[in-house]
Write a protein that binds this ligand. Sequence first.
Ligand code: ADP
Ligand code: TRP
Length: 325
Amino acid sequence: MRILSGIQPSGRLHIGNYFGAIRQYLKLQAEGHQCFYFIANYHALTSMTDKAALEEITLHVARTYLALGIDPEKSTFFVQSDVPSVTELCWILNCHCPVSLMEKATSYKDKVARGLAPNMGLFDYPVLQAADIVIYDADLVPVGQDQKQHIEMTRDMAAKFNRAFNAEALVIPEPHIVPEVAVVPGIDGQKMSKSYDNTIEIMATAKQTKKRCAKIVTDSTPLEDPKDPTGCNVIALLKLFTSDEEIAEIEASYRAGGYGYGHAKGRLAELINEQFGAARERYAELEQRSDDVRDMLRDGGRKAREVAEATMGRVREACGIITNR
Ligand code: ADP
Ligand code: TRP
């Protein structure tokens, strides 16, 4: 099966990205599928104007993928902009995408509602994402719940294109969403997101993680009083990291009283630091090997371009774009 997914380099990666997406990338890679994992830097341009930050975060995402176990020997690992024909396919799909469909995009409406001045790139974001997916003939796209609508739009556009030209040029993909981790909450209880300043970063230091966990929003029940574990953000996050038995014990301590939110937050920080300790060490090594990281991306880009060019050949042929190169 052909797998594809990507993450925008618009901020440092967080545990929502890990549980919602990267963990599934690793599992699918281990199962031996043909995986394509990339860094969506053209998408990040819709919201970023800081050149140095875009460059640095692009490499941060690359190092994070590698440190967590994306293996360039097994998966095609690359930067979106190393396959520029994806923007050509975006244009072609634009011509098969009703404006009314784009106007329904919740992530677009959400960003505008939060005050982001909408540029055409932001409006067109789902079409570029559709191009990303279909250019590699992806069957399955591992993502968190927030991306489900974008995959549905991709299916719609690909089917419209095939119908318009009476061709089987594009593969129709399926989303792959794991319900238990589809929406990881942030420290404020909303969806954890780079754009909400509510994340717990994967590649932070142990001390920074502890400080961040201490900021998780809870009610102000005093330490000695009994507490209700339902709806508690700390418990929701703890569930990602520990066994049902330990959760049951912590919940019992909440109900009994004499156990403060600070205790639960401390335990959470400990578990996060344990889980990502080895990856953080690998990340630090990769920081010293930028040339190697760039080489891996270059090789991945080459492989990705070959696959993309085959699809573009079918697409141009299907819709009557002659090439004279
Ligand atoms: P962000 O919202 O932080 O900008 P992205 O939109 O770049 O994150 O998401 C990258 C991947 O991580 C996507 O597959 C997305 O669905 C997933 N993801 C992001 N935040 C979460 C979350 N809080 N819970 C589950 N999955 C998430
Ligand atoms: N929109 C995705 C996100 O914010 C990033 C992305 C771009 C993507 N192109 C993609 C995800 C293709 C899956 C498939 O996370």
